[in-house]
Design a protein around this ligand. Structure first.
Ligand code: ZN
Length: 242
């Protein structure tokens, strides 16, 4: 089976559309989403509808849980809080209804899925070797997928040796015995210095993972953010990939 894995879309419709178009040419069987469909960006209804219609499995991210009312909004700093408030005020009832059905962890086809980490599926950032090793030791399957940091990353054990680090576009990994812990990067707000939208192709037959990047119309996403009256920084950072 070939699976397209996406995460951290953050209401960025131009980025999601570009990723969906790129996925079409990848001949995938399923789409998995690791959460944070909303927050920061200006097109939450459209993004949630696209994911709801296409994804075989979808997790809730911390932003989704705040917008759904499961977590108090006071946890967020200025820009994230302003975007969450705007999202709550503007989303359609069916968007909220879908967000309410989602959970921050799950499983599909023997793969463990967490928005953030196995220890804390909602909040923990896995961006260093030590945290990654801790998570890998607690993983019961050979593969786990996480989002949340907005950075494409890979950690795991190859021939018993701990390996890992950033996974820029077109990185291809042969998944041996593992275990492995992978982050596809972010569709709608990449933070690794590459502003292109990120996703991952998982081939469970060939046992490979390939990180992909795709250009999208950043100006269109920025214009939507400006028109919605959201903080300007949420638009400008898209061009920096930070
Ligand atoms: Zn996120």
């Amino acid at each position: 089976m070939r699976v397209a894995v996406v995460s951290d879309i953050h209401a960025n419709l131009p980025a999601l559309e570009a990723v969906m178009a790129a996925i079409e040419s990848e001949q995938t069987n399923e789409l998995w989403c690791l959460g944070d469909l909303v927050g920061y960006g200006a097109q939450p209804d459209e993004c949630v509808a696209r994911v709801r219609d296409s994804a075989a499995v979808c997790l809730a991210g911390n932003h989704d849980l705040v917008v759904a009312g499961a977590i108090d909004m006071s946890v967020f700093a200025a820009d994230a809080g302003a975007a969450a408030r705007w999202t709550v005020e503007t989303i359609r009832p069916e968007t909220l209804e879908y967000l309410l059905t989602l959970s921050p962890s799950g499983q599909r086809d023997g793969v463990e899925l967490y928005h953030a980490s196995i220890r804390d599926p909602v909040w923990e950032y896995v961006i260093d070797d030590r945290t990654a090793q801790y998570c890998l030791e607690r993983q019961s399957s050979s593969l786990a997928l996480i989002g949340h940091s907005h950075v494409p990353l890979v950690w795991g054990y190859a021939d018993g040796r701990f390996v890992g680090g950033m996974a820029p576009g077109d990185t291809m990994l042969e998944l041996g015995e593992g275990p492995f812990l992978l982050n596809p990067g972010s569709v709608g707000q990449p933070r690794d210095g590459d502003p292109r939208a990120a996703f991952l192709i998982l081939d469970t037959t060939a046992n490979t993972a390939t990180w992909r990047r795709v250009d999208y119309d950043i100006g269109r996403a920025q214009a939507a953010i400006a028109e919605a009256g959201l903080p300007q920084r949420l638009g400008s950072r898209l061009a920096e990939g930070r």
